[in-house]
Design a binder for this molecule. Structure first.
Ligand code: BTN
Length: 317
């Protein structure tokens, strides 16, 4: 009922009379009042004037499921959204939910994470109310060996969505960092539960620095607000991410990995750059010349030999 009341108030100029809301939603006047009180507790600012009715003044700056769903164009991704004010990590929550059978497309999001996880065992800084911290449950029919394809798909979807929502020319650094210039804007972490030859589920975790202050970020990172010099709607960016993700995921399911590689290449700043890749075997330098058909990075060393890597940390040098 609260969702319906907010929807009515949002799409109405000026005051909406209690009588009309009551008729439209088939609810008593006292029922409306109780729901309005609940909505105010959630942070909505709603004016109530005798003889006139109700008017929505402000929506809370939170990633509420109701706000994210209002304007979402998807049919799978984000149909179920769980929102937490504070959580240890959306990855852990989504993983536990997936083990319990939660359906594909479920999104877990939080205002802050006390133990946000980054790639390679790092932490992900998650200041409250500033960034997007979400995990998506996927149940793809894939062999575990090719799950890294979903990592590249996620990077292409997040990069395209940020471009679409903000107009900023962000790019992908292999395999799945989103940069503006040389500074990191967003990161993606993929976790998997699998048997030998089949994936049970995949959790894609996305962290985006949206309105994060420079003092809350490491030196090598920046936020959309810092670049655009204005506050950015986290809800709008997340809606774009979920919409784009679903389109890309559907195309991947129908047509395979080739279209993903094509989009990834169009959005990447790694190919053609001189890079240094470090992994457990040490560091190699050279020009990033191409991606192979599995998403591995091909690096042409100064001696002309091309080496392929499936994982590692890349720096554009
Ligand atoms: C990276 O190191 O670049 C990956 C960062 C991934 C961060 C996101 S925030 C939402 C989700 N929950 C986590 O604990 N981590 C991912």
């Amino acid at each position: 009922m609260r969702d319906q009341i907010i929807h009515l108030l949002k799409h109405h100029e000026g005051y909406f009379s209690g009588e009309e809301i009551s008729r439209k939603l088939n609810i008593s006047r006292s029922g409306i009042w109780k729901n309005i009180e609940e909505l105010r507790k959630e942070g909505y600012s709603i004016d109530a004037a005798t003889q006139k009715g109700y008017r929505l003044l402000n929506v809370p700056d939170k990633m509420l499921a109701r706000e994210i769903k209002d304007g979402l164009l998807t049919s799978v991704i984000g149909q179920d959204i769980l929102h937490y004010d504070s959580i240890s990590s959306t990855m852990e929550k989504a993983f536990a939910l997936a083990v319990d059978g939660q359906k594909e497309g479920t999104v877990v999001c939080a205002e802050t994470q006390t133990k946000g996880k980054g790639r390679m065992g790092r932490n992900w800084n998650s200041p409250s109310g500033k960034g997007i911290y979400v995990s998506i449950i996927l149940r793809p029919r894939l062999s575990p060996a090719v799950v890294s394809q979903l990592t590249l798909l996620s990077a292409a979807a997040v990069c395209a969505a940020i471009r679409q929502a903000t107009g900023l020319e962000v790019t992908i650094k292999w395999p799945n960092d989103i940069l503006f210039g040389k500074k990191k804007i967003a990161g993606i972490l993929t976790e998997i539960s699998a048997e030998m030859d089949c994936v049970r589920f995949v959790i894609v975790g996305i962290g985006i620095n949206v309105n994060t202050a420079p003092t809350q970020l490491p030196e090598h990172a920046t936020s959309l607000k810092s670049i655009a010099s204005k506050k950015i709607s986290r809800v709008k960016v997340l809606q774009a991410v979920l919409n784009t993700f679903e389109t890309e995921y559907r195309e991947f399911t129908d047509k395979g990995f080739k279209p993903v590689i094509k989009k990834w290449k169009e959005l990447s700043s790694t190919l053609g750059s001189r890079v240094c890749l470090s992994d457990q075997n040490g560091a190699i330098q050279g020009e990033a010349v191409d991606l192979d058909e599995f998403g591995g990075l091909m690096i042409k060393q100064d001696n002309g030999i091309v080496i392929k890597r499936m994982s590692g940390d890349v720096i554009h040098v």
